[in-house]
Design a protein around this ligand. Structure first.
Ligand code: HEC
Length: 154
């Protein structure tokens, strides 16, 4: 009887440890999977940030803050100043597709008579443009990022 009890305890213990092992193995796999995608996300943001500094910061500012008088006056050529892209302007009112088109093709994509400063960047690849966009969105305050996600049509 005692032997049987010991055997039973051993069996239960091995079942329990099997599950603990199995479970912990699963959760480390999950962690690994999310690490990979986190790496991918941060690589994309790094690329976007570097491209932003090369192609956009001269007008939109190092901190995406835009040019100071963007709301109130025009530059010496009579064109609009660059607006902020950091979430304080109206950038987030545009759909991702619209932002893509503005960045890639310039505002003339939506207005063929456009002669202002936001010209296209046709040397940028698809991936470049999406990376820049990802970087810009990552700078927006969390509340705006949330709102943006829930907006369907813009
Ligand atoms: C030579 C200056 C200049 C450069 C360089 C430039 N922009 Fe602009 N951008 C502007 C101006 C000016 C506007 C406002 C358009 C207007 O009203 O004429 C604008 C508008 C925009 C808009 C629309 C913003 C909104 O709130 O509606 C986005 C998005 C944008 N730019 C992104 C970029 C990105 C990304 C880059 C780099 C790849 C870039 N711009 C490079 C001057 C520039």
């Amino acid at each position: 009887m005692k032997k049987l009890l010991i055997l039973l305890v051993i069996i239960i213990l091995s079942i329990v440890s099997y599950f603990i092992f199995f479970h912990s193995k699963n959760s480390t796999e999950e962690v690994n999977i999310s690490n990979v995608s986190l790496d991918e996300v941060s690589a994309k943001l790094e690329l976007g940030k570097a491209l932003y500094y090369t192609h956009c910061a001269s007008c939109h500012g190092d901190n995406l803050q835009g040019q100071p008088k963007w709301k109130t006056s025009l530059d010496e050529d009579g064109h609009n100043y660059a607006p902020p892209l950091n979430g304080t302007g109206h950038t987030w009112h545009h759909s991702e597709e619209q932002l893509y088109n503005i960045i890639r093709y310039g505002l003339k994509f939506y207005n063929e008579n456009y002669e202002g400063k936001m010209q296209g960047n046709d040397k940028l690849s698809d991936e470049d443009v999406w990376s820049i966009l990802a970087y810009i969105k990552s700078v927006w305050p969390e509340s705006i990022q949330k709102k943006y996600k829930t907006m369907t049509k813009h």
